[in-house]
Write a new protein. Structure first.
Length: 108
């Protein structure tokens, strides 16, 4: 039963991430910054078409292949190694969220 909660939590986090990005794109100008806890934390509207800090821009096919492999490995490890290990499950959940987010980004 916990498996469904795990996938549900991962789906919720991915949807929340996409919703907040949509809000920023629709309501902020490119380059606009909103200070949340000034000067340490703010929301900045920008575009990134590559990996971290724009690396490998235009190479989304590579990211898609790697991401699919990571998701398959996570599902395998979850079912083989993470049962009864809540900390491991939370870590795999975080990686799944990131992987699904990156896979989604590679197709848009």
């Amino acid at each position: 039963m916990f498996v469904y909660k795990y996938y549900g939590l991962a789906a919720f986090v991915v949807l929340l991430d996409q919703w907040t990005k949509w809000l920023i794109v629709k309501n902020m100008e490119y380059g606009e910054r909103i200070a949340v806890v000034d000067p340490w934390f703010g929301i900045l509207s920008h575009r990134n078409r590559g990996a971290a800090w724009g690396m490998l821009e235009g190479q989304m096919w590579l990211f898609s292949i790697v991401t699919i492999a990571v998701i398959c490995a996570i599902v395998y490890f979850y079912h083989k190694e993470a049962k009864g290990k809540p900390i491991f499950q939370v870590g795999l959940n975080a990686i799944t969220w990131w992987s699904n987010r990156e896979l989604y980004r590679s197709f848009i």
